[in-house]
Ligand binder design. Structure first.
Ligand SMILES: *Cc1c(COP(=O)(O)O)cnc(C)c1O
Length: 374
């Protein structure tokens, strides 16, 4: 039965993407799956489980609440909270038993006071991203020293950094890696078991020298190309399909309009299909007159404005599709496919934002290569 709007997530694709990425890693590095922002709109708990089945060694999220959500879903794997943590969020992160990122000594002091069980700390050096972390090697080393000296509540677990340009500027990535290397070497001397990590999906795919002990892959495990082209070229399988269905088909006579603002006026008699999905579901309004929809294995242009709950699609001079026909915004029909990358390019953004933008109103349905989950 057709659903108004549905995001179908194939967990088999997630498992295979993780396994594929892992096979490409240098020297036994681990892969941790990044499942922040509700697993980039796919749903954190089911994706986390699939990634672990595919061989992920742990999970990474941005916030304390996200770690708590995974624990609430019964996930027991290690979880790294990569983002900043406020005093209010700290108890949530600690209760979830998450590993945390630190870059200043004040935060460590706060941690040492609040922790009741040992907390694993990853010290972040800002090698050029310019967001979180310290730019000063000396400060990063001081933080690490403090963690080592703090006693049993704190455990120095890792050294990390984050690349600003892994998707489009390998030279700057190399600069960042060069800045990170002495920090890792110095920490290893003090604590040989620390885990060094830097790579996101783009670095994982294009720069084996960045794999170190662990990679943090997000977008690629969902089957998107971190370099914004076609995931096929890496053998990645898009895991999410976003679909709707044809709720109405009617004739617009030449001069009739469709949608708000009369943005579309039929130049000649044109059959129009209305699909009950809109920007309230995450179909961005910038896609007005600027998108295609797959129906019955063919591409049709979205015409007129995207409304909150509906879009209109021009079928041409004949009513070539039936009411009830399934429609895909992201996904595959017959020989045709449309990727999140393609939608993103049309509106000057990246697949990440398209996927995260699929709203809570859209139900997620999970399967494994078409088979229901156990
Ligand atoms: C989101 C994030 C990642 C994952 O990035 P992708 O490009 O999705 O692979 C890795 N590391 C950090 C610090 C992040 O914030």
């Amino acid at each position: 039965m057709a659903r108004r709007a549905l995001a179908r997530v194939n967990l088999g694709a997630i498992e295979r993407n993780v396994a594929l990425l892992k096979r490409g890693l240098r020297g036994g590095a681990q892969l941790w799956a990044v499942v922040k922002a509700g697993a980039y709109g796919h749903g954190a708990v089911p994706v986390a489980r699939a990634a672990l089945r595919g061989g992920a060694g742990g999970l990474a999220v941005a916030t304390a609440e996200e770690a708590a959500e995974l624990r609430g879903g019964g996930v027991q794997a290690p979880i790294l909270v990569m983002g900043a943590i406020s005093g209010e969020e700290l108890p949530v992160a600690l209760h979830a038993g998450a590993e945390l990122v630190a870059w200043d000594e004040r935060f460590l002091d706060q941690l040492a006071r609040s922790a009741t069980a040992p907390v694993r700390i990853h010290v972040k050096l800002d090698t050029g991203m310019g967001r979180l972390g310290t730019r000063e090697l000396s400060e990063a080393l001081a933080v690490a020293g403090r963690a080592l000296a703090a006693g049993p509540q704190l455990e120095l677990a890792g050294a990390m950094t984050h690349f600003a340009t892994a998707d489009d500027d390998p030279e700057y990535l190399a600069v960042q890696l060069d800045r990170f290397t002495p920090f890792v070497a110095e920490l290893r001397e003090r604590s040989p078991r620390i885990v060094a990590h830097a790579a996101n999906s783009a670095a994982t795919l294009r720069e084996p020298g960045s794999h170190l002990d662990l990679v943090r892959c997000g977008i690629a495990i969902y089957g998107c190309d971190p370099m914004h082209e076609d995931p096929d070229r890496h053998g990645l399988e898009p895991a999410l399909e976003l679909s709707s269905y044809v709720a109405a088909v009617k004739l617009a006579r030449a001069g009739d309009s469709a949608g708000y603002g009369r943005r579309f006026i039929a130049p000649a008699d044109t059959w129009i299909a209305t699909l009950p999905i809109g920007y309230g579901d995450g179909i961005r309004r910038a896609l007005s007159d600027n998108c295609e929809v797959l129906i019955a294995g063919r591409r049709y242009p979205l015409v007129g404005a995207v409304s909150m709950d509906n879009i209109t699609v021009a079928l041409g001079a004949r009513p070539s599709v039936e009411v009830g026909a399934p429609a895909a915004l992201i996904g595959r029909q017959g020989e045709e496919r449309q990727t999140a990358e393609q939608l993103a390019r049309r509106i000057g953004t990246i697949s990440y934002e398209v996927l995260c933008g699929i709203s809570a109103r859209v139900p997620r349905r999970y399967d494994r290569d078409g088979e229901p989950l156990q």
